[in-house]
Design a protein around this ligand. Structure first.
Ligand code: BGC
Length: 871
């Protein structure tokens, strides 16, 4: 076992980064290569936290504590203590006098990363494919219990950015699908579940991290041209209606923290982008928790503080393990010399402490009992320090409980049946079955044989990177199938055995996959994003299917994939009768057998479109790979990603967004529309802001950040203290950014509560539809509601947009269920860039609410101001 379980992306710097970025640089990073028309505006100052009633009590408690904190204690909470300086992927300093420990931050969105005895849940994309709100919530609760059980204060998930704009993007699978409503609902349900256990959830990455290549600063200078992350250039309407949408849902769900993206947004680095943090997140969306950087994305000390950042992670600047930071002691210095207003450091600390109180972490919250750096029981307490005390670092606490029940339900209910000619599925367990493909079996090199799943061997259970978790065990498809059909013949290899005998009654089941992940690991030439095999299956999977299809007259294909794959080479082959997408099932990959043999009908639906050709996408969503330039990634397709684009260009996909068959059939009948809250053109005026707690704005005494006597310093550990702080004098030469001001802005009219103006969530209409199982076996149906705004009054708007969905219970043949879906004011609005508010044209009149089984399978419709009927 190597000392470090995973090799960090900054590792290159261990080899010599003395020529790396100047640290502790209090100056603003100047913007470079700003694309005309794509400049992020300034928005100052940072709105203070603590102005919504739901957080009043937590803020009052925080105020009582922060009022008595020294500057060192406040800074301690804002700055990570350095990479590898504790058991977790990140940890803050502490304020022990008030019972606030070093807070432990740990990945990731599908389970506790890099530890033992924890569940590897199905990935976000799999959860999205269930279209099941209850399972989304239940997984959140189960994950929360596991993070808490391991002593993690702050869970680094869910992920809703990337949204999935680029089909090749490496990390789309961590989120719930290529649609803002699906992402928003998935995220909100997860957050509510996680936070019900007292663990702080972190929605990430705000915003525009749509490709992995060149996402972050490349820390090795002087190769200056390699050093800049790309700029995601997003217009205001697209920002609100697509990319910010799921973040709004997350804030409304009460998320405690937000992680910024690596990339720039409109040429301003996300973690010091005042428009993104101060304006959109903290003012308009009314976010009351705290904002952290992504790892090593901290690029400016004072500038990020002024822009609204509250926590630097893991504390180091762009380069780990040097023992320098843009904050820590430098933040202390900038408060003492008056550059960073006292109000700002107080607000940072108050936001963090208020969140800690809000989630009840002041009562009986366990300390970390695991190490994400080693499996050994004892080890270095501060591995990054090299010379460190040694102690027990792993207690191997088993946090799995019965969470495999929810993991299994998700793995099963996500499986998506794309095609089933001649009703080949479900299979008879006595049928003559031959299984092909390494993707049906275990990793030949052993469970968890590569760090952070940075390899594609055996069944693909998840993508790679920080969003992965170790498998505590794995039920492979091979094992699942064997348990139900013991006579099955297995060929766990991607090379088709040419000499195999094929009888006419044989059925071949071919497993193939497509992987992607995070940029700090390159797998088989793919630097996170899918660059090598395009959107095709990996490991010559298409050939394997075609070889099987040439030999056998009945072929079932099972695909484990991070996102859309192109199936054109074989999908129309007469032998390929059935195709199942099993997404990324985590440890319970064997659940495929439940579907193959008909114990359950498949009920998953595609959380993205499957195209016929990659050229069917807009060109602007291709990966940009230009190391010699500052990349300008301009979102010229606007609102038209995934199915929105296919519909606009009348491009027939291979399988549309939302598609998913069952072994039974369903009818959707008796649509009913009930008006609930009468609409107005714009929402009613926002509620006034409550009064946040305030503090005196006197600059603290320099002695508050002097090195405490008798402190045993850990080499490279990031402390808030300074040598000789009394020598620091007020500075007056700081080049504050253009537009900098300490006078609060008038509250944005689109704000007013967590998530924005609460009236945006007024239910305008409810739609009820009767779903009946009209087939011969039991099954679950998904009703998807798409809004069509009348094009003559709402130009440049996608024809259909998913806004709601509901999944039925298991319906027996002949059984019905009435599903009810609420449509809010926001669901019928467009973002008015002039007025800066959400606008409903003609009070929604003429808008159509379609309900169906996919975006191309609409069964019933209700027109606002008109009738309901069949589509
Ligand atoms: C990822 C984050 C992750 C963090 C800590 C970064 O590289 O982008 O999603 O939470 O590392 O591991």
């Amino acid at each position: 076992m190597p000392f470090f379980k995973s090799f960090p992306f900054g590792a290159l710097c261990l080899l010599g980064c003395s020529f790396a970025l100047a640290e502790s640089d209090a100056n603003l990073e100047s913007r470079q290569n700003v694309l005309e028309g794509w400049e992020s505006p300034s928005y100052y100052p940072t709105p203070l936290g603590g102005w919504v009633p739901e957080w009043e009590e937590a803020y009052a408690k925080a105020h009582a504590v922060v009022s008595n904190m020294t500057l060192a204690e406040k800074v301690n909470l804002t700055t990570g203590t350095g990479f590898f300086m504790g058991p977790c992927v990140g940890q803050t300093g502490s304020a022990e006098r008030f019972g606030i420990p070093r807070l432990c931050l740990q990945d990731g969105p599908l389970g506790v990363r890099n530890t033992d005895h924890a569940t590897a849940f199905p990935a976000g994309i799999t959860v999205g494919a269930t279209f099941d709100k209850q399972l989304m919530y239940d997984r959140g609760v189960a994950m929360g219990e596991e993070f808490r059980g391991k002593g993690v204060n702050i869970h680094l998930g869910p992920s809703v950015g990337p949204l999935g704009r680029k089909p090749r993007g490496g990390r789309n699978w961590e989120g719930f699908g290529m649609d803002p409503s699906l992402q928003g609902i998935g995220s909100a349900q997860t957050i509510k579940g996680v936070q019900s256990t007292g663990v702080i959830a972190t929605v990430k990455h705000l915003v525009g991290n749509e490709q992995e290549l060149f996402r972050m600063i490349f820390p090795i200078q002087p190769v200056g041209f390699l050093s800049k992350p790309y700029s995601s250039n997003i217009d205001d309407r697209t920002m609100h209606e697509l990319y910010l949408w799921p973040f709004a849902d997350s804030v409304r769900a009460g998320v405690g923290s937000v992680m910024m993206a690596y990339n720039d947004v409109n040429s301003s680095s996300s973690s010091q982008n005042s428009e993104l943090i101060n304006h959109l997140l903290k003012d308009e969306l009314g976010f009351q928790g705290f904002v952290m950087t992504d790892w090593f994305a901290h690029q400016g000390g004072v500038s990020s503080a002024l822009a609204g950042l509250d926590m630097a992670m893991p504390g180091d600047g762009a380069v780990p393990l040097l023992g320098t930071s843009h904050w820590a002691g430098e933040l202390s210095r900038s408060v003492l010399n008056g550059t960073v207003p006292v109000e700002r450091i107080n607000d940072m600390a108050t936001r963090i402490v208020a969140t800690w109180f809000k989630l009840g972490q002041d009562k009986d919250f366990p300390a970390p009992n695991f190490s994400s750096h080693t499996d050994a029981e004892t080890g270095l307490i501060y591995p990054g320090a090299v010379v460190s005390p040694i102690g027990v670092v792993n207690q191997y606490v088993d946090v799995q409980d019965d969470h495999n029940t929810v993991a299994r339900a998700i793995a099963r209910d996500a499986i998506t049946l794309l095609k089933n000619e001649d009703n080949v599925l479900p299979l008879d367990s006595n049928a003559s079955l031959k299984v092909f493909g390494e993707d049906a079996g275990p990793d030949p090199q052993g469970l968890n044989s590569c760090a952070d799943k940075g390899c594609n061997r055996g069944v693909l259970t998840m993508g790679w990177g920080s969003g992965s978790a170790k498998l505590p065990y794995l039920i492979t498809p091979e094992e699942g199938i064997k348990a139900k059909a013991p006579k099955t013949e297995f060929h766990i290899t991607d090379k088709f055995p040419r000499d195999i005998e094929a009888d006419p009654e044989d059925i071949a089941i071919v497993f193939i996959n497509a992987d992607s992940g995070e940029n700090f690991i390159t797998v088989e030439g793919n630097p996170g994003d899918r660059t090598v095999s395009d959107l095709y299956a990996w490991h010559h999977g298409d050939e394997l299917v075609m070889d099987a299809a040439e030999k056998f007259s009945t072929v079932v294909v099972v695909v484990h994939t991070v996102g859309p794959i192109i199936m054109e080479k074989w999908i129309d082959h007469p032998s390929v009768k059935s195709v199942l997408v099993a997404h990324l099932p985590g440890q319970e990959a064997g659940m495929i057998a439940d579907i193959l043999f008909g114990e359950h009908s498949p009920s998953g639906h595609l959380p993205y479109t499957i195209p016929r050709s990659e050229s069917d996408y807009p060109e602007s969503v291709s990966l940009i790979n230009d190391p010699f330039k500052k990349i300008q990634d301009t979102f010229t397709e606007g609102l038209f990603i995934d199915y929105r684009h296919f519909q606009r260009t009348n491009t027939t996909p291979r399988y549309p967004f939302g598609h998913g068959l069952s072994y039974t059939t369903f009818s959707l009948t008796s649509p009913r529309l009930t008006p609930v809250t009468p609409l107005t053109e714009y929402p009613p005026p926002r509620p006034a802001k409550g009064t946040p707690p305030t503090y005196p704005d006197t600059i603290p005494s320099a002695s508050e950040v002097s090195w405490p006597e008798g402190l045993t310093r850990i080499w490279r550990y990031l402390y808030p203290y300074l040598d000789n702080p009394t020598s620091i004098k007020p500075g007056d030469d700081y080049p504050y950014p253009e537009g900098y001001s300490t006078t609060p802005k008038p509250p944005p009219r689109a704000g007013g509560a967590e998530g924005g103006n609460p009236a945006l969530w007024d239910v305008a209409f409810t739609v009820e539809v009767t779903v009946t199982n009209t087939g011969a076996v039991s099954g679950r149906a998904v009703a998807q509601l798409y809004v069509e705004l009348p094009p003559q009054v709402v130009p440049d708007t996608p024809k259909l947009q998913l806004r709601q969905f509901e999944k039925t219970k298991v319906l027996q043949p002949g059984e019905s269920e009435v599903v009810r879906m609420d449509i809010t004011r926001r669901d019928l609005s467009v973002w008015d860039v002039e007025v800066q508010d959400w606008k409903v044209r003609e009070v929604g009149k003429g808008a159509k609410l379609w309900v169906g089984g996919s975006v191309e399978d609409l069964r019933v419709v209700c027109e606002i101001g008109g009738e309901c009927g069949d589509a």
